[in-house]
Write a protein that binds this ligand. Structure first.
Ligand SMILES: NC(=O)c1ccc[n+]([C@@H]2O[C@H](COP(=O)([O-])OP(=O)(O)OC[C@H]3O[C@@H](n4cnc5c(N)ncnc54)[C@H](OP(=O)(O)O)[C@@H]3O)[C@@H](O)[C@H]2O)c1
Length: 253
């Protein structure tokens, strides 16, 4: 029987594939049949992810996504090597807990660059004629529930995650005629290297408070990779410009 969630025959770029959610997405997309291009800065950790993936078809691409010129070159080289790209999971990102009074202009600029501009420029390159898969391409931005609701000391992070949601809607409309779909996933809290040392995870009392805000408890990286597989697959062929909260019910209240 034809499986509408299969990723067979699709080449998928996964950024942030050296850690946490991105690593899990790379592994699970491979299981669903995709050829995966694993992107992040740390080559050794990318290789660790690769070692957990089946098949010889995958590619490790060490790349600092804030280097726009290099992104242009690497996308070109990748398409030459593996053909058109059918999907991108823009997972690379950074976080911080910073009260408004402590925000510095340079910190805000670097967070915008890491969380927003790098994902947009990669998407721009993939969506050039000849680079994307004309049969259908799916772009996913990893936003956050912090782009939907507020939280103490999360101004900078919320700003970047909300920006991705707004951008995704307009890009979705612009690129629909090319059969390119663009969506956001807004995860709730999942323990990964991005937050394990931040106060709301590291302090057991604060962590219990955070957990209680998620009616289904904290999430796991597979909760997000499964949502990504759906959006990348042909099962989601009529879904674009959406923000899907995968958050254990955090935003339902
Ligand atoms: N965990 C959560 O609770 C949660 C909740 C909501 C949203 N999210 C979002 O989900 C995404 C993944 O988070 P995570 O929890 O998996 O975090 P993580 O484990 O810290 O992973 C972040 C990834 O981003 C990569 N990265 C950062 N800057 C980069 C750059 N300039 N160029 C290339 N790669 C870069 C890192 O790789 P290198 O260091 O090797 O470059 C790493 O692979 C993020 O966008 C995050 O905001 C996470």
């Amino acid at each position: 029987m034809n499986n509408p969630f299969s990723l067979e025959g699709k080449t998928i770029l996964v950024t942030g594939a050296s850690s946490g959610i991105g690593a899990r997405c790379a592994i699970d997309c491979a299981t669903m049949g995709a050829r995966v291009v694993l992107i992040a800065r740390n080559e050794q950790r990318l290789q660790e992810t690769l070692s957990q993936m089946g098949g010889e078809r995958h590619i490790v691409l060490p790349l600092d996504l804030t280097n726009v010129e290099l992104v242009v070159t690497k996308v070109k080289e990748t398409v030459k090597q593996v053909g058109p790209i059918a999907g991108v999971i823009n997972c690379a990102g950074v976080s911080s807990v910073t009260p408004l009074k402590l925000i510095k202009e340079e910190d805000m600029a670097s967070m915008m660059q890491a969380n927003v501009y790098s994902a947009l420029f990669l998407t721009k390159e993939v969506c050039r004629m000849g680079n994307y898969d004309k049969k259908g391409t799916s772009i996913i931005f990893l936003s956050s529930i912090m782009g939907l609701v507020g939280e103490n000391a999360k101004t900078m992070y919320s700003l970047t995650k909300g920006a991705l949601q707004s951008a995704a809607r307009s890009i979705a409309i612009e690129l629909a005629p090319k059969k390119i779909r663009v969506n956001c996933i807004a995860p709730g809290a999942i323990v990964t290297p991005i937050n394990e040392k931040l106060p709301h995870m590291a302090d057991p009392v604060k962590r219990a408070v955070l957990e209680a805000k998620h009616p289904l408890g904290l999430g796991q990286t597979t909760d997000i990779s499964n949502a990504c597989i759906y959006l990348l697959s042909d099962a989601a062929r009529w879904v674009t410009g959406q923000v899907i909260a995968v958050d254990g019910g955090y935003t339902a209240k």
